[in-house]
Design a protein around this ligand. Structure first.
Ligand SMILES: C[S@@+](CC[C@H](N)C(=O)[O-])C[C@H]1O[C@@H](n2cnc3c(N)ncnc32)[C@H](O)[C@@H]1O
Length: 481
């Protein structure tokens, strides 16, 4: 968390506008950063400062609010939301930045005057001066309590409690890894015809992309887990020609591994499994349903591997995003986009060789990219979403043909959304579906989930988003009426 020679008001104003968008409009932070910075005329250093200050403020929101609530005399929810966001930006600088206190307070006051008005400057000044004074005397809860560890690592106490149940002694490491900026990862999009026939085409296209990015002065290397991945730390996808021309697309390796696992499972169901590297062509001509598809990352990956994909999403606007992604990457002829509730899709039973259910979830696995998510969820959400996920899984399972494959994935880790969903499903459908071991397709990453089925990918061990996945084979019986 560095803050060398802090830039001036314009970059702080940009950070403030990002935070406001996230809070007032429920915007996704990476999109808010993108929109605000696109409209600004900040130079590269100030842009980076603004983005970092916004992300840090969103990430540490609970801890900042805890500290602010020690010096604000009224309850924080009673503070004008715009003012509260200025206070949070200032508090982050007081608690974690390296600016002198006077400058941190002074710039927050300037920001309040410029963005809200002179009437609030006295309050902002008083609160932040109070925090600077009291900072070293704050009585933080014990660091081994859920609340204390949460405040120390920037998570709500309930998330710490859930994490302890899932990760045990690794809890601190997993939560800390969720605070590391992941950097940019691209998935190379080789020419689809070739990739569907020739697995080596994927590797050639990846190596060519690495060379191209390096020639452009970027630090680029092949990803360690998914063969089609390229790591570009510090890269801006908006200005990389391979991305703007549709030859690569931003995606975390964990998501790529879900499609790799599905491809592996289809192969394992069809014939004895071979090497993980030679699975590129195995979806050619397969009918695959991506039941919760937007924005289309996995759909387009499936299509590159030759699948005929039906890509569905609940919301028409989000379905459109899938169509646009397929168009951008030259894959429209392999993707049919639909809009509907995956719990009740008007599709004939047993009509797909494979179904991917990438569920709506708490998203705790992607907090590296969307730090605000941890504060948007509540302790009741894993069980509530787990119930929805179970219903969706049960509904789409009927669409898998006998001998076909069903893959369940969730970019999160609470057991209620991962192991328990599969456990309950198998309790009902265990005579028709059985788990498939897909570890050979995962490039050495992932940990089997204790006491159940499926694999958990984690940011601390695997340097990818935390993603749960479980592949199931449908036995070759007649479809149930
Ligand atoms: C985790 S995201 C999918 C990400 C996508 N598979 C990808 O890789 O780009 C979950 C998606 O499920 C959609 N969704 C939520 N409830 C749904 C439902 N009942 N039926 C279908 N889609 C749903 C959401 O709109 C969201 O786009």
């Amino acid at each position: 968390m560095s803050d060398p020679q802090p830039p001036g008001l314009p970059s702080r104003a940009a950070a403030y506008r990002v935070v406001r968008r996230v809070h007032a409009e429920d915007a996704w932070s990476p999109r808010a950063v993108d929109r605000v910075l696109r409209r600004s005329d900040l130079d590269a250093r100030d842009r980076s400062f603004a983005a970092n200050l916004a992300y840090e403020t969103l990430r540490w929101e609970g801890t900042l609010d805890w500290a602010l609530s020690r010096v604000v005399t009224r309850p924080l929810p009673a503070v004008q939301p715009e003012v509260l966001d200025v206070l949070r930006l200032g508090a982050w600088q007081l608690l974690y930045g390296v600016s002198p206190d006077r400058s941190a307070v002074g710039t927050a006051v300037d920001l309040a005057r410029a963005e809200i008005g002179p009437q609030v400057t006295g309050f902002v000044n008083g609160v932040l001066r109070g925090l600077a004074r009291e900072r070293s005397r704050l009585r933080w809860p014990p660091a081994d309590s859920d609340e204390g560890l949460g405040l120390k690592l920037a998570y709500p106490a309930w998330v710490v409690n859930e994490a302890r149940a899932v990760f045990g002694g690794r809890t601190g490491a997993v939560l800390a890894a969720g605070n590391e900026a992941p950097g940019l990862t691209l998935r190379v999009v080789p020419h689809a015809e070739r990739a569907a026939r020739d697995p080596a085409g994927v590797l050639e296209a990846r190596d060519a992309l690495v060379d191209e990015l390096r020639a452009a002065g970027l630090e680029a290397s092949a990803g360690a887990r998914a063969p089609e991945s390229v790591r570009v730390p510090g890269g801006d996808p908006g200005v990389i020609p391979a991305v703007t021309e549709g030859r690569a697309t931003p995606q975390d390796e964990a998501s790529m591994l879900v499609v790799r696992a599905l491809t592996w499972a289809v192969r394992a169901s069809a014939s004895p499994p071979g090497g993980a590297a030679d699975i590129g062509g195995l979806l050619a001509g397969r009918r695959v349903l991506d039941a919760c598809a937007a924005p289309g990352g996995k759909t387009t990956h499936l299509a590159v591997f030759g699948a005929e994909v039906t890509a569905n999403d609940l919301h028409a606007g989000r379905s459109r995003m899938v169509g646009e992604a397929a168009e951008r990457l030259g894959l429209s002829d392999r993707v049919t986009v639909t809009t509907g509730d995956a719990a009740a899709l008007p599709l004939p039973p047993a009509s797909f060789d494979a179904v991917l259910l990438d569920v709506p979830c708490t998203g705790l696995g992607v907090v590296r990219r969307r730090p605000e998510l941890r504060w948007r969820r509540g302790p009741e959400d894993p069980a509530r979403l787990g119930e929805l996920q179970g219903r969706l899984l049960e509904a789409v399972a009927r669409l898998v043909r006998p001998g076909g494959v069903l893959v369940y994935s969730a970019c999160t880790w609470p057991m209620a959304e991962t192991r328990d969903v599969i456990r309950l499903f198998l309790a009902i459908e265990g005579d028709r579906f059985s788990p498939i071991d897909v570890t050979p397709a995962l490039g050495g990453s992932g940990t089997p989930v204790p006491g159940g089925h499926g694999i958990q990918l984690d940011p601390d061990r695997d340097d990818v988003d935390a993603m749960y996945l479980c592949a199931l084979h449908r036995s070759s019986d007649a479809p149930r009426a």
